[in-house]
Design a protein around this ligand. Structure first.
Ligand code: PLP
Length: 395
């Protein structure tokens, strides 16, 4: 028990959490009591990491590749990332100075926000969006300014809202598309407009693109990094977690201007020394090895996406738009008459279906639920059935 004289630092007293991990813990607790829960809460592929990636890690371990690596990551992995980006997205990078490998994507969010935002600086954040942006901005002493995403605008950022906030002064704009929790993407027009605004009002952009490959309907991800004049003011955050079903391995990366990457690397030196050595060898294999795995996974996600949206729209009080990216459905549940917090709690405890309250992604998510469809189709159908029955019988 802490006494009054043993106070913790103010900065950590009200650090917010990530609800996905909290709800997962509650669901696991129910499972320990012998109940069977359908998991729509946690955003991670239900695929196992492909064998050729695992083998590369095992080989690296057997060969004794178990020591510190350069802080920014092994050069061959940075080079492979640069080559892939050139091939797939026509992005030219100096791999020695513009790429930083990190333990998961998340450290990059901290490194970038801490390197760019001074205390009191305004940081523009899509609302709703990934909880860590809000928590880290606050920890940096900066001011989070929400950019409300609406269902009417398909949950994409309105460039005019960015302009309005940028005019009054802002340092950093966070983009996070395809979006967690909304599954929305940015249109070509919007990306162009936002790039112009960023240059006009001197904004830095942190573009979290960890779902960049999860785009449906034959579309491609559009990165602000590719817009003219943006490479000097954009830091892109990406990860092996979702694309290669490697969430537990903890490996991500960032690309950006060398002056910023240098400072982010300094932060990494103090936080982690370097990314995990043998996981970097596995990631190299992930990039260089066969890519069919991803195509199969995306095809399966697409089937699930349609099934979950159809199913949600058949439930009383739910209204769900078709998401164009990531693997999340974000139904509007306002007409159920319950707050999204209460609905998500009751669905978990009474229907044994774990979902997330949209408000845990920002106040703009109030009145919505987030459901991850990175789970088997049979489970999706079962979960939808339970939700439907709950709505018919209990409300
Ligand atoms: N950014 C977004 C938008 C995410 O949804 C997640 C994880 O769910 C992360 C970052 C963190 O990724 P990683 O597991 O690679 O740290």
């Amino acid at each position: 028990m802490l006494t009054e004289r043993m106070e913790l630092a103010k900065r950590v007293l009200d650090v917010s959490t990530e609800s996905a991990f909290e709800v997962l813990a509650q669901a696991k607790q129910l499972e320990r009591q012998g109940k069977s829960v359908i998991h729509f809460e946690i955003g991670e592929p239900d695929w196992d990491t492909p064998d050729h990636i695992k083998e590369a890690a095992i080989k690296a371990l057997r060969e004794g590749f178990t020591h510190y690596t350069p802080s920014a990551g092994i050069p061959e992995l940075r080079q492979a990332i640069a080559e892939k980006l050139l091939q797939e997205r026509d992005v030219h990078l100096d791999y020695e100075n513009q790429i930083l490998i990190t333990p998961g994507a998340k450290p990059n969010l901290l490194y970038a926000i801490f390197s760019l935002a001074n205390p009191g600086d305004r940081v523009l954040i899509p609302d709703p969006s990934f909880p860590s942006y809000w928590a880290l901005t606050k920890l940096a002493g900066a001011v989070a300014v929400p950019l409300t995403l609406t269902q009417e605008r398909d949950f994409s950022i309105d460039p005019e809202q960015v302009r309005k906030e940028a005019k009054t002064g802002a340092k950093l704009l966070i983009l996070s598309f395809p979006s967690n929790p909304c599954g929305s993407v940015l249109s070509e027009r919007d990306v162009k407009d936002i790039a112009e605004i960023a240059q006009k009002y001197n904004l830095w952009v942190l573009s979290d693109e960890i779902y960049q490959k999860f785009v449906y309907e034959g579309q491609h991800h559009r990165s602000i990094f590719n817009q003219a004049g943006m490479t000097d003011r954009t830091v892109v955050v990406d990860s092996f977690s979702k694309t290669y079903a490697m969430t537990g391995w903890r490996l991500g990366f960032a690309l950006g201007p060398s002056a910023l990457i240098e400072k982010m690397t300094r932060l990494q030196i103090h936080l982690a020394s370097c990314p995990n050595s043998f996981v970097q060898k596995a990631a190299l294999q992930a990039l260089m090895g066969p890519q069919d795995f991803f195509k199969d996974m995306l095809h399966e996600y697409d089937l699930r996406r349609k099934a979950i949206v159809d199913g949600l729209n058949s439930i009383k009080g739910f209204h769900c738009s078709m998401p164009k990216g990531a693997f999340y459905a974000f139904p509007n549940t306002l007409s159920t008459g319950l707050s999204s917090k209460e609905l998500s709690e009751r669905l978990l405890n009474e229907a044994l279906v774990a979902t997330l309250d949209g408000a845990s992604f920002g106040t703009g998510g109030d009145g919505f639920l987030r459901l991850s469809y990175a789970t088997k189709l049979a489970k999706i159908k079962e979960g939808l059935q339970r939700m439907k029955e709950f709505m018919q019988e209990k409300l």
